[in-house]
Design a protein around this ligand. Sequence first.
Ligand code: GTP
Ligand code: MG
Length: 195
Amino acid sequence: MIVKTTEFVISAVKPAQYPDDALPEFALAGRSNVGKSSLINCLIRRKNLARTSSKPGKTQTINFYKINDALYFADVPGYGFAKVPKSVRNAWGKMMETYLSKRDELKAVIQVVDLRHPPSNDDYNMYQYLKHFGIPTIVVATKADKISKGQWQKHLKVIREGLELQKGDPLICFSSETGQGRDEVWREITQRMEE
Ligand code: GTP
Ligand code: MG
């Protein structure tokens, strides 16, 4: 996809604030600090549209980015950040459940995991939660630049097995640093825009 226009639309906490122009939408899910915002920036080839930060767990809202007046990326707060208080975690759970269960425009979730490590319990639970809601999931294993190419297949296998990845859900080896996997992710997105 050739990205011509990108626009930060809204930082939402409740459904009334979600965009209402019915464009297909793709949400980014993943552990705090795994590289979700970086992945959005890499896909759209902008340095800093989606806010990246070295402070995990800072974003507690759903940030909507409109691309080419054709689709939205919804950057949702990361999970599994131990230092946030329980009340915040409960609020996160409620917001995510509302979003995932009611958002008709949601075509797929892009679940981002770290290629270097086996999936965490939170990664596993998130993936199974998405399957529970019947949401198509594109799993992206990022930070591939941090390990040698010869290790990629072995690590991908650990992730596929650790998540119990279902048939039909792709697993893409990715790096926001090098752009590795960018075309493949776009291919998966554009395929699902019409569905
Ligand atoms: P939260 O919004 O806190 O949930 O984090 P996030 O998942 O959006 O992570 P973010 O994109 O802010 O990236 C976190 C850190 O990882 C930043 O310092 C990024 O520069 C770094 N990072 C992200 N992707 C990659 C990658 O593919 N390779 C390398 N080497 N570093 C990356
Ligand atoms: Mg982020």
